[in-house]
Design a protein around this ligand. Sequence first.
Ligand code: BDP
Length: 608
Amino acid sequence: MIEYSMLYPKVTETRRCVSMDGMWKFKLDGESEGEKKNWGNGIPGDEVIPVPASFQDFYTEKDIREFAGDMWYETEFFVPGEWEGKEISIRFGAATHRALVYVNGREVTKHEGGFLPFAADVTEHVEYNGYNKLVVKVNNELTVTNIPCGETVVLSNGKKMAKPYFDFFNYSGLQRSVYLLALPKESVYDIDLTYEIVGEDARVNYDVKTTGGHPVFVELFDASGEKAAQGEGKSGSLEVKNAHLWQVRNAYLYRLVVKIKDGEACVDSYEQEIGIRTVEVSGENILLNGKPVYLKGFGKHEDSDIVGRGFDINVMKRDFELMKWIGANSFRTAHYPYSEEIYQMADREGFLVIDEVAAVGLFASLMNFMEASTGKQTAFFEKETTPELLKAHLKALEELITRDKNHPCVIAWSLLNEPETTNEAAVPYFKEVFETARDLDPQKRPRTFALVMNSVPEKCKCYSFSDIIALNRYYGWYVKGGYEICDAKEMFVKELEGWKALNLNKPFIFSEYGADTMASEHKLPSVMWSQEYQKEYLDMTHEVFDSYGFIKGEQIWNFADFQTTEGILRVNGNKKGVFTRQRQPKDAAYLLKERWEKLPLDYKGNQA
Ligand code: BDP
């Protein structure tokens, strides 16, 4: 079990939670000398930087933007005297990619993996009614023993550089909020929920873990604040009469209140918004509340100007407004777990989310998007480091599912993006990952992974692990682009005929398809990179989608242009966005809006 509770930080009658966001001291440590020099006690210099944010895009020096190595953050915090006797912790939304945490000069915790929360118990280390010092050493180097995968090389000038096995920029630092928490000694630690719909009613089965032995009471309130059900005991069922179901783009949220009581006294109280819904795969359909749904939407990134991958509540709001405007109903959190606030928003707005763990780059290539369609093999899962990578992958998966399992928006887990699957060595690795996801998820949601172009029916050894087959395909872009698009279509159809012949009786979705497009370029007749070509590419691709009944979703790559490592195939970033990085529409956005507004939610649902 994870050593800290993954519950989202909240103030309740028993809990206190103070944001530590703001300007923190900051220092890069290219020589990795901070530990020797005792920076855990306090870092030298007077540079300050915002938290949360990626550190890279604030500065004007390229050596800073491209920095790979250790960096140090420092702030002060005051612990009120009335918190004495409580459990005091510091909770990081994420630290990318790893962190070592000191409080008042003492090491209190460390964490591997850059996209999931962790907490340091500092109860024994803080001074009450006084200021305390928090120092965090963050390291952003890429390796093949943790996810996402890549290398860190040393250049001739002695500086390190990140070489990701993926295209998105290696944004890093303290990119999500940090909270100071005070919890009762005995507290709610974890909550599992499953749902059954029985006619007009629903059953909410709950299982609460606490850190002590006092009895647990559970209450459920509807959206108007009326009590809808209640229960007693650490596990049980709540019977909800005339249940309002959580539906696509028509969300209904209940409030679940969990209390630990000692007689009349409330020992701890925690609450969560939940949505009553079921999700399953049945034959070729994805069913929500027993009814087929067709996914329309995007692969996204957390990425915007200046803050990089730092959580920005304003960008989040704009993104949801654009997704609603265009008629989308879903997105995949490519290629890592997103900030928790984004799932809360998706819960509220009724978006379906495919939640991806940061297992990207499990194919040893610095340009996998190009080489993936060449048939290249890299023996990725045969490396001697594979067992270590698997361990890190499974740990991240446990953290992800524990964190996100109660979001109604999460309808599936994506367990890898574009791994190498053409070699038998991948099979035992996949088996562990897929079985672990099944074991960890109380709701047994569908599992998937995004198949790279090389993973074709004749060659892929791993597709059968997936409950939903998710294809990343670029026919008409990386393969046979431009005037050759007719050949691209032929190849595309040929591949789909191959899948069809397998008779898998599973839903397929396109988890990626797209064409790089410069918002500045118009050309008649079209050329690749022009806005005209993006539309022609989409028309061809959609025609193919529409001719196969087993295709149950389309998530275009990408929602918006995003930053990548520089290189000859990227013009200051990946330009496959339907929107620019500043969140304005390209012409293709209107084409998609027209299509998606017309496609019914249960599109092709009867063809199974
Ligand atoms: C796929 C990757 C994605 C890339 C995309 C592309 O999954 O991260 O950004 O292709 O090349 O390989 O645009």
